[in-house]
Design a protein around this ligand. Structure first.
Ligand SMILES: Cc1cc2nc3c(=O)[nH]c(=O)nc-3n(C[C@H](O)[C@H](O)[C@H](O)COP(=O)(O)OP(=O)(O)OC[C@H]3O[C@@H](n4cnc5c(N)ncnc54)[C@H](O)[C@@H]3O)c2cc1C
Length: 419
């Protein structure tokens, strides 16, 4: 329990992917560290819940992207979790109702040539939004924008081409049967943690840092701040003295919005395992419906960007109503009787996230390096938005957390406080 007067070498603010990875590295280096987490659980934007049938549902991250080089794979395996290597729905043919195989091929080609134009545009000295390289004559621009809302949580008119091009993806995507959130929260669970404790201000004006929280103040030599870029931009944590360069960098890296809705599906065997259906193929405001994830009788619906904002404004029921309207539109009215809502989480309304994952505004790609830069050898920053090439992901969180921990270790060695 962190109470007034508590004293640690290092405080890690936030116990998500970055915070758990950072604290684990510090702990292994025999540095006395404490994770201070505002929620009543670890994991942050990684969150697994279990439904009434006992199925694990990842309300946040679910995919081990770039799985062949993703550090969470080894963590999951060490915990004894099972890795599912089934190809993801976006890399296999979609359900053909409303989207014939010929149309799917055409869309695939349009998407590939759009990505090729993005890559070329990224070499341009001036950054630009992804929408600048849409082909005005293409019939697939709506769906290409929908894909952006799933990848970045925002339509292409908001997303920097330079930043998007820096993202590295090996194309290998796996999942964890017990849940990605389960693994990430377990990674920090046996470390010193204070839950339900909100950091409000970090005073770095004195010889030691004073971390002011809802449960009192903690003194430390160094701090690693891992909260989302949206929270930093909104100054939900303040610094004394203020750090305007950090606030500005965070504002260049807003969180896009993507939300999942899980539904039960009766007569699921009619559909192949792990296949996708789009609610519409002619617009950005449509859900991606993943049928039978892990072969389970469920649908995992994904909504992003402007559409997700509109649904959040309507409350949890709006998600299910929208899904029913889209799915019956493609599969017929009787389909409504086969689905029931299980769970949704509104990440935009979540006060300790304020969104789903970061993208860079056009002209702001270099904000990631500014956000990640340490201040004064005492304040360190981590979290997916700080990652140059793995941003928006849980493995980006891991890498930035470990990098910040290594910086702390180097600073302590340099000052003689670590042998
Ligand atoms: C719907 C959705 C789907 C996703 N899908 C994938 C996917 O398939 N694959 C993938 O790799 N990634 C995915 N992501 C992204 C991934 O979940 C995040 O990039 C990653 O979890 C971020 O980790 P983090 O440690 O940087 O931040 P966070 O997880 O946000 O951790 C920061 C922590 O700080 C805490 N905090 C906030 N304010 C305070 C405060 N004042 N005081 C103390 N603590 C505070 C928060 O509660 C949180 O626990 C998805 C995210 C969402 C929302």
């Amino acid at each position: 329990m962190a109470e007034s007067g508590s004293d640690f070498d290092v405080v890690v603010v936030g116990g998500g992917a970055a915070g758990a990875a950072a604290a684990r590295r510090l702990h292994d280096a025999s540095i006395r560290c404490l994770i201070v987490e505002a929620r009543s659980r670890l994991g942050g934007r990684a969150w697994t819940v279990t439904d009434a049938s006992g199925f694990t549902l990842d309300l946040g991250c679910g995919w081990l992207h770039s799985a062949d080089r993703n550090p969470w794979v080894a963590v999951a395996e060490a915990q004894g979790a099972a890795i599912d290597k089934t190809a993801p729905p976006w890399m296999r043919p979609a359900i053909e109702q409303g989207f014939s195989r010929t149309e799917q091929t055409e869309f695939g080609r349009a998407m590939m040539s759009f990505f090729a134009r993005l890559e070329d545009a990224a070499q341009n000295p001036a950054d630009m939004p992804g929408a600048a390289v849409l082909d005005p004559a293409s019939r697939w621009n709506g769906l290409i924008n929908a894909v952006s809302t799933y990848i970045s949580g925002a339509e292409w008119d908001l997303v920097s081409v330079r930043d998007f091009d820096r993202f590295e993806d090996s194309g290998i995507n796996w999942r964890i049967v017990e849940g990605f959130g389960t693994v990430i929260s377990k990674h920090g669970a046996d470390l010193p943690v204070t839950l339900d404790c909100q950091v409000r201000n970090i005073d770095h004006s004195g010889r030691r840092l004073r971390i002011e929280t809802s449960k009192g103040a903690i003194a430390a030599d160094q701090v690693i701040v891992t909260v989302s870029s949206a929270l930093l931009a909104a100054e939900r944590i303040r610094f004394t003295p203020a750090l305007p360069a950090k606030t500005a960098a965070a504002a260049g890296l807003p969180l896009g919005l993507a939300d999942k809705l899980f539904m039960s599906l009766e007569g699921a065997e009619e559909f192949e395992k792990d296949v996708r259906l789009f609610g519409h193929t002619d617009r950005a405001g449509t859900g991606g419906y993943h049928f039978r994830p892990f072969g389970r009788p469920l649908i995992e619906a994904y909504f992003g960007g402007t559409q997700a904002h509109a649904l959040e404004a309507g409350g949890d029921e709006a998600f299910f109503d929208f899904a029913v309207a889209e799915l019956t539109g493609v599969l017929g009215n009787d389909f409504a009787k086969r689905i029931k809502p299980i769970r949704v989480h509104r990440w935009g309304d979540d006060p300790f996230a304020l969104g789903s994952y970061s993208y860079a505004k056009p002209g702001s790609a270099d904000c990631r390096a500014t956000l990640a830069a340490p201040v004064d050898g005492r304040l360190f920053f981590a979290g997916e938005a700080c990652s140059a090439h793995d941003f928006s992901t849980a493995h980006g969180g891991w890498h930035t957390g470990v990098a910040a921990a290594e910086q702390v270790i180097a600073a302590r060695r340099a000052s003689g406080t670590l042998g």
